[in-house]
Every structure is written in C-alpha cells, then in structure tokens.
Design a protein around this ligand. Structure first.
Ligand code: H79
Length: 676
C-alpha cells in the first residue's frame, strides 16, 4: 500500500477507537466525501437498465424510467441510525454522481446466505457474499483474476470494511485491512470487447438478501503515480476535464480594457498595430497611459446583453480578458489599484459577467496575461519605459499573479472553465514558473482547463508538446487554422473578425459572416474549437459589425448547430464539396454531417462520397425536412451518391446528415479522392 492508502487507514483506526461507542460515523476523513449522509438517500438513485441501453435511451424515456426507478428504490432502501438498509426485495441503487478513478471506503454487513457487491464504473462487481471463497473478488472477470486472494470476511452479521482503489480500469481491494485483489483490470461486463467505461456510478447490488452499508467515503484520485499508468491516469483526468470543451466547439473571446477607450488613437494620432497593443506601439509611458483610468466609464455595458449575444451565436463559452498585457484588471482585485475599481465606472465587471453567465447557462473563462507592461515587478522593462527598475522581482510578480488567480478562480466568480494565459514568451518567464503557476491554478480550481501558454511549450502561435513535458491542456493556434488539425491534442483557434483584438475605430477590415461560418465548420471538421473575438467599445457596446456577424452565424447555427456542437473531427479525407463533422450514435453507428460549401451543379444535384463502404441507414438535409434525399451506391460500389434538391437550403453551408452503420470504413487508396 502507498502512504496515500495507509493514511486513511490510520485515520479510520483513530476514528473507530475514539467513536467506538457511537454507531454513526458518517464524517469522512480529510480529503474524502461521504456518499451516504446517514440520514436520508440524497445522492442516491434507482437504476435504469444497463449503461449501454441507458446511453441509447431517448432523454425523455430515461427521465421517465428514472423517476419510476427512484420511487421503487425508496420502497426497499432506507436510512436509519447511520445505516443504509436494504430489505432484500427490489432493485439495486447507485450514486447520482459518476466516478472515474477513486479511493473508496465502505462498511457492509450481510446475513446468512447474503449476496451483494459493489459495481464500479457501471460494471459488476467487487463481490460481497456469504461464500467459502470470501468477499472482495471481481465477480465479473473472465480473463483476469476473479476470486479473492484470501478469505478475509468477518463472521456473518458483523461489519466488514472494504477499501477499494480504482485507477483507470485496475482495481485493488482490501477487506478488513487484508489485500484480497491486487491491481487487477476490471472487465466490461456489458460488452467485453469494450474497455471499462471511463466513469460510472457506484452501485450497491441487490441480490435478494437484506443488507447494511455505512461509512461510504470516496475520494477522487487526482494524484498521478509513477510510471506508465501515471501518464494514462493524467490522460484520463484530462479527458474528464476536457469533456465540455470538446463538445462546445465555439466560444466568444472578449478583449476589453483601457485600450478600448483609446480605440487605436493617442493624442489625436492613429497608432499602428492591434488596438490592445497601443501602449507598446505608441511607446506610451505607464504614467501617461494611466490617464485612461479616468476615462473608463462604459455606461452602456450590459453583461446580460453580451451573454445573450454569445448564446444567439451558438457560442458555449466566453473567455474575457481579466487582465491584458497593459495590466489593467476588470475586477475588484485587492492586489493592485490598476483596476476598474479605480475608474469612474467602479463596478466589478467580471462579477457582473459571472452573474449573467450563471443566469443564462454560459461557461465563463478568464484570459490572464503573464506579460505585464505596468506592474512594477514585471521584467523585462521596455527600453523606453522611464520607470526606475528598482528592486523589481519576477518572483514577487509570480506571487502577485498567483494571488490574483486565487481571487479569480477561488469561487467568487463561479466555476471558471479555462485559465487562458498569454504573453509567456519573454525570457523572464521560465518553464519552472509555468509549472508553478499551473500547479497553483489547479490547486485553486481542480477541474479547470489550462491553455498551453502557461508554459514555454508552444512553437510559433500554436503548439502543445504531447510528451507531457509542458504544462497545459491544449494548443492555441492564433489567427490560423492548422491545415490538418493538430493530431493527438486538443486545440482552439482564436481569431479576430477584423484585424485587432482590442477595439480600434480605424480597423474596418471585417471578415464576412460566410467566411466565419465556413471557418467554424472547417475548424470543427479538424477537431478544434473556434474562439471568435469581439472587442467591445469604450462605452461598453460590442461593435455593430461584430453583432451583425454573430447574429448571422447564429441564424445558421439555429438550423445547423447540431453539426457543430458535440461533434468530432471528420473521419473522411479531403472532400471536394466542403467539410465533414461526425458523432457517435448508439450501437456503434456513426452520424456524418456533410457541410456542403459548393452545392452540386450537375442536373441531378448529386453529392458523391466516393469512398464509404458502410451501409447508409438514413440521410436528410438540416433545415429541409420535407425533402427526401435519394441514396444510392456509386457504380463501383465503393461509395454513395445523394440526390439533393436543386436549391441549397443554405447559401454558405448546407448540412447533409448521413447516418451509417458502424464506424466509417473508407478505401485508403481512394479516400478523399476527387469525385470525378
Ligand atoms: O490577446 C491577443 C493578442 O494581443 C495577443 N494574443 C491574442 C490572443 C498577442 N500577443 N502577442 N501577439 C499576439 C503577437 C506576438 C507574437 C510574437 Fe511570438 C511574440 C512573436 C514573437 C514573440 C509568440 C511567440 C509568437 C511567436 C513567438
């Protein structure tokens, strides 16, 4: 056992001695949480079917059957005197929460001939029974060990204690402090060809005999262990925290600060470069730049309006500059006076935005610049910066930044989705500082996603080294879409609608909405996210040109959003007509969304997929439900043709949804070849 495992044992020993006369002991040891509160069944529910059937079930049916299962469960399971009782009739129960890798403690008691077990990750089961072989074995296993190493059960009727550790798919079980299962893979009972589900409820099994459970304590395993399994555990944890991000596909970037007031102009003259870089491009002394503080009064700022716009556009997260390179902070920070609280506006903008996001179900994320042109401790100084360097210290600066991030991520602004760092490329920012910052962020917000720019691992504008050497969860190509995605890592292209991130009156060079829509489909087809920027004006309004474009994207998303949200990269090669995104369907089938940029002009308006061996089990055009798409094999039987209406439902990107049996099988030779 590792020390991690023995520590709770000690805690338990102390607890059981101290509380020997008290039966109720539902207070979990430090770091653990009680799954059963000792007084009622909150956190538990009835079970509907098996995980595979559940996944395939329409949401409505699942909800209906869940409600029925909950009612019947409560007729047989009850809480009394700190014990979870089962009367021996009826069905199992399970946690409402899912768990991946966990450290689980559970006391149980059975009667003569008793039979039960604990399902983990949806699969049966660590066995509990009155049997000569003893409890604790992995009953379902057909390949790996199924029986316990030894019989460690106490006599029937007494309380037994399980300590179970599940790491990835491997299970270790101690029964009454004796090792009975030693790091054995738990097999997937429901489909043995599948690996164990990545996560699942913890289920207490009914098998027709009365049962008692108590002191059910759980701790999610977050600490990586040594060696290979540490790498895969890290991967699994990353998978869990990246889940929402991978489904979101489309977010709103917001660059807003003092530079938005300057709007690209300084003392009556235009300054070149991006709006948010004006301090640097104009070589403006911090003391002069600080005159903008008294001009920051965005009276037309309405957080709900911004969030509504993002929602309309189909964006599922917002990343806003808590602080850009100029160091100006959009929230009530205790760490510096260089904040919105020291402007005439004096309102905590991030607080208002967080409240609006919570009201409207939008995920909020913070962009936080590492480079800081005004903080007295940040180095290096620009050579034209007149401030004396004094005893400036990056070490102190790093502490300052960590304190700020505690303010931002510690809960006062709700659960923050991403810590989006930038400005990490200067020599003073080191790999060690990056690791330290990432660790701090993770300690404040365990499930937060951190972008690659926290560390020094990017090459050019993107890059995330998948070796695990660099901190960060995903790559951030800026103003570019990697030609074939970035294999093996998550990524997000951030992009402006004109040529600047921060508002700049003179920049009217806007991309058009069709280009942005096709860009979104292009990025999704390559497995990335699109973080599209708006630079609100000094008065708090998002520029009209940006609003117009977002509304137009929103109109397209209303019909076609399902071809973006929750999709994966294209499984097909290059396509003549446009792009493809995909989704897994139940029973191992696949849904393809064919994004048709170029509508077929031949007389039959035939769209050709030259290489797709699978059976097509359905095809329809999004937004054109009345039209029956005719589907036929191509003459060589390698692919399919789809006869479409004369008129494209959408001029920019019409989506043909094609369901196929199984996972896509293409001819490697002709995959993606021109349709000819
Ligand atoms: O906030 C927006 C911009 O202000 C900011 N990033 C977006 C999201 C940005 N900062 N710098 N830049 C954009 C351009 C800087 C490019 C370079 Fe480098 C920095 C060129 C050389 C150093 C980064 C590191 C790119 C190549 C190496």
């Amino acid at each position: 056992m590792t020390w991690e495992a023995t520590t709770p044992t000690l805690v338990f020993m102390i607890m059981t001695t101290a509380l020997a006369t008290i039966l109720i002991c539902t207070t979990p040891p430090a770091g653990f949480k009680a799954l059963f509160n000792g007084v009622d069944l909150s956190g538990w529910q009835g079970i509907v079917d098996d995980p595979i059937k559940r996944q395939a079930m329409p949401a409505e049916e699942l909800a209906r059957r869940q409600a029925a299962a909950d009612i019947s469960m409560r007729q047989h399971w009850s809480a009394k005197d700190g014990i979870l009782h089962f009367d021996g009739k009826g069905e199992s129960l399970c946690t409402t929460e899912d768990f991946g890798s966990v450290d689980l403690w559970c006391d149980w008691r059975i009667e003569k001939g008793g039979d039960s077990g604990i399902y983990l990750r949806g699969a049966p089961q660590v066995q509990i029974w009155d049997d000569a072989s003893g409890s604790g074995g992995l009953f379902n296993n057909k390949i790996g060990a199924a029986t316990p190493l030894e019989r460690a059960d106490l006599p029937v009727g007494e309380w037994n204690r399980f300590h179970i550790i599940v790491r990835l798919d491997r299970v270790t079980v101690w029964l009454n402090d004796r090792l009975v299962v030693d790091d054995v893979p738990l097999e997937n009972y429901w489909d043995r060809a599948l690996p164990l589900f990545a996560s699942g409820a913890i289920e207490l099994q009914s098998h027709g005999t009365p049962l008692g459970f108590k002191d059910i304590f759980v701790r999610r395993l977050g600490q990586a262990q040594s060696g290979e399994s540490a790498a895969s555990l890290k991967e699994q944890e990353r998978d869990e925290r990246m889940e929402w991000f991978r489904g979101a596909r489309f977010g709103m970037f917001i660059h807003w600060g003092l530079y938005s007031v300057a709007a690209g102009e300084w003392q009556g003259s235009q300054v070149g470069g991006a709006g948010e870089w004006i301090m640097l491009s104009g070589q403006i002394q911090p003391a002069d730049y600080s005159t903008l503080l008294s001009k920051f009064n965005p009276v037309r700022f309405d957080a709900d309006e911004w969030v509504r716009l993002a929602k309309c556009a189909g964006q599922q997260y917002i990343v806003i500059t808590s602080k850009h390179h100029d160091g100006f902070c959009l929230w009530d920070t205790k760490e510096t006076q260089w904040s919105v609280m020291h402007t005439p506006f004096a309102r905590d903008i991030l607080k208002e935005l967080a409240a609006a996001c919570a009201r409207q179900g939008m995920r909020l994320c913070f962009y936080h610049s590492i480079m800081d042109w005004t903080h007295p401790d940040y180095l290096p100084r620009r050579e034209w910066d007149a401030r004396p360097v004094g005893d400036a210290s990056m070490e102190r600066y790093s502490r300052h930044m960590k304190a700020q991030l505690s303010e931002l991520l510690g809960g006062g602004y709700g659960d923050i989705g991403i810590a989006w760092f930038d400005g990490e490329w200067e020599g003073t920012w080191t790999h060690e500082l990056g690791l330290d910052l990432a660790a701090h962020v993770r300690s404040v917000a365990p499930n937060i996603i951190i972008n690659n720019r926290v560390d020094k691992g990017r090459s050019g504008m993107q890059g995330l080294d998948a070796t695990g050497e660099w901190a960060g969860d995903y790559g951030t190509p800026e103003q570019e879409v990697p030609a074939s995605g970035i294999p093996g890592i998550d990524w997000e292209t951030c992009m402006t609608m004109n040529g600047t991130w921060g508002y700049k009156t003179s920049d009217t060079n806007w991309k058009n909405a069709p280009a942005l829509i096709q860009g979104l489909a292009d990025i999704a087809s390559k497995g990335g996210n699109f973080l599209l920027n708006v630079g609100p004006q000094g008065d708090g309004l998002i520029p009209r040109a940006s609003v117009d474009r977002l509304m137009e994207i929103g109109r397209w998303m209303e019909t076609n959003g399902e071809s973006i949200h929750g999709t994966s990269a294209s499984p097909l090669g290059q396509l003549e007509f446009g792009r493809c995104t995909s989704k897994e369907l139940p029973q191992g089938n696949t849904r393809l969304y064919l994004h048709i940029f170029d509508w077929p002009t031949d007389s039959n308006h035939q769209l050709i997929l030259p290489s797709l061996r699978n059976e097509v089990i359905g095809a329809r055009l999004l937004g054109e439900t009345a039209f029956a798409v005719k589907v036929a094999r191509t003459d060589d039987c390698h692919g399919w043709t789809f006869s479409l209406p004369e008129q494209a439902p959408d001029d920019v990107d019409s989506v043909l949804m094609v369901d196929i049996a199984g996972t896509p099988a293409t001819d490697s030779v002709s995959a993606g070849a021109p349709t000819g």
